[in-house]
Design a binder for this molecule. Sequence first.
Ligand code: IPE
Ligand code: IPE
Ligand code: MG
Length: 254
Amino acid sequence: MWLKAWKQKKMDLLDQIVPERLPRHIAIIMDGNGRWAKKRALPRSMGHRAGVEALRKVVKTCSNLGIKVLTVYAFSTENWSRPKDEVGFLMTLLTEYLRKELQELHENDVVIRAIGGLQDLPKEAQRELNNSIERTQNNTGLILNIALNYGGRYEIINAVKKISGDVLSGKQQIDAIDEECFSNALFTRGLPDPDLMIRTSGEMRLSNFLLWQLAYTEIVVIDELWPDFGEKALLDAIIAFQKRDRRFGGIHTD
Ligand code: IPE
Ligand code: IPE
Ligand code: MG
């Protein structure tokens, strides 16, 4: 459905992308909604609303390109420290997004997943999320993985508790704890590590995002604010990624 219309569009940037070397997993820190609103003398909530529109576009483009996984940082464990109204608005926006978009996402074969302390989200958001996850679980297209009440440190502690429990019950041998076992105890279990991580609005930090998984990820920071991010910016980031030399600690022998 999305793909058909997209294929009719002519895009010069697309010709610069090598299909065989697409990132399998793209992770995005969607930052800058507040600044976008401030520049326009609008309330921050309007920035978040505009941010949802950017997300819709990016999901579509990733799906059309054949990207396997898109992880988006929607709400961090630290974002609870924002004013109550803003937190409430973000939660309502999430519920609204899922309610409005589920049908179209489903028709386009998108699988919805979520990572983070989901049990602490408002009940309404949890219900909508569980429904979306269940409804799309047998799809085979893009995995849209939403990080909600997510923190890398929280995720790591959570994994440590899980593995410790398995050690205590005799299910896990201490000597057999390795990177694979640890990865499997994280919320991202079963997903490949991100190849490309994009952060918008110029900030050069991780802000507690995917601390374990980003070990060898290529990072692209762009100055554009998240609501201004669109198809062109995403294609540009992928082109920049494809020019990188990923050595993984090794050297080239040729
Ligand atoms: C990102 O935009 C959205 C969330 C963190 C939920 P911000 O709200 O952080 O926008 P800035 O950084 O204040 O501009
Ligand atoms: C990171 O952005 C979290 C999300 C995008 C959800 P923040 O705006 O919360 O990060 P800091 O505070 O600038 O580090
Ligand atoms: Mg921010």
